[in-house]
Design a protein around this ligand. Structure first.
Ligand SMILES: [Zn+2]
Ligand SMILES: [Zn+2]
Ligand SMILES: [Zn+2]
Length: 249
């Protein structure tokens, strides 16, 4: 399976519009791994391409990565940083299946043109969706609105994407992560956050659950600079995503 991190920023992205903090200044001045457009991931396996979430910059992200076809889009939850670019797909070149939790669908606002172009489908937790030999299993995570993680399986490889989730994870999450070849966590901040796992939370989870390989993404401007983050998590075998990072699993 191939994983591409198209964008890796949290809610406001980095640099954040209207923000003059040091972190955003560095991103504006130097760009590179310190500049993060909002989070979106592309998974490729068994001849299929699945896009996770449609942040406001999705048109730029897909152009930059030269993605011209998609088997489907999955939306994790209703927050703007995850669905703000959905209406861009009214100009997509094909009719596009768009999957979201049955309790997420109701909060999506489509334009009339997108209503025509999109095949909207509601997902249920633990009910697999099949794309040939690639299966996608949605599961609930802990967030302040309904939110879904996704487990991808193809050719004996499993990738688990937790999306935005708080720290109170269940035995199910532990099982999915322990058996996975790669686990992707969203960690906006270094330290405690009320609705999200933090970098420090993930360091303890990875050790506690014996996660084989973990990546952190969805980083915000209160977090460390990229190089500092790498230094912080590398000793625990955790990779820090940056915009454009591609991995083979
Ligand atoms: Zn988010
Ligand atoms: Zn800032
Ligand atoms: Zn969220």
């Amino acid at each position: 399976m191939k994983v591409q991190f198209l964008g890796t920023g949290a809610a406001e992205g980095i640099p954040s519009m209207g923000c003059a903090c040091q972190r955003c200044r560095t991103a504006r001045d130097e760009g590179g791994a310190n500049a993060r457009r909002r989070a979106s991931v592309l998974i490729e396996a068994a001849g299929h391409r699945i896009l996770l979430d449609t942040p406001p910059e999705i048109s730029t992200l897909l152009n930059r990565a030269e993605i011209f076809d998609l088997s489907a889009v999955f939306l994790s939850h209703e927050h703007f940083d995850h669905i703000g670019g959905l209406t861009e797909f009214e100009y997509w070149n094909q009719v596009l299946p768009i999957f979201a939790g049955y309790d997420v669908l109701a909060s999506l606002r489509l334009t009339p043109r997108l209503e025509e172009r999109a095949l909207l489908a509601g997902c249920f937790p633990h009910v697999r969706v099949y794309f040939g030999d690639l299966t996608v299993m949605p599961f609930k995570v802990v967030h302040h609105v309904p939110c879904y993680g996704l487990a991808f399986e193809a050719g004996g490889v499993r990738i688990v994407h937790f999306s935005d989730s708080g720290f109170e994870l269940a035995g199910l999450h532990r099982y999915l992560a322990q058996e996975a070849d790669l686990v992707i966590f969203h960690t906006p901040t270094l330290d405690t956050h009320p609705h999200h796992l933090s970098v420090l939370d993930v360091i303890s989870l990875v050790q506690d659950w014996s996660v084989q390989r973990a990546v952190i993404t969805h980083i915000n401007h209160d977090n460390l600079l990229h190089a500092e983050l790498v230094e912080q998590v590398a000793p625990y075998g955790i990779t820090v995503a940056y915009d454009g990072l591609a991995m083979e699993v």
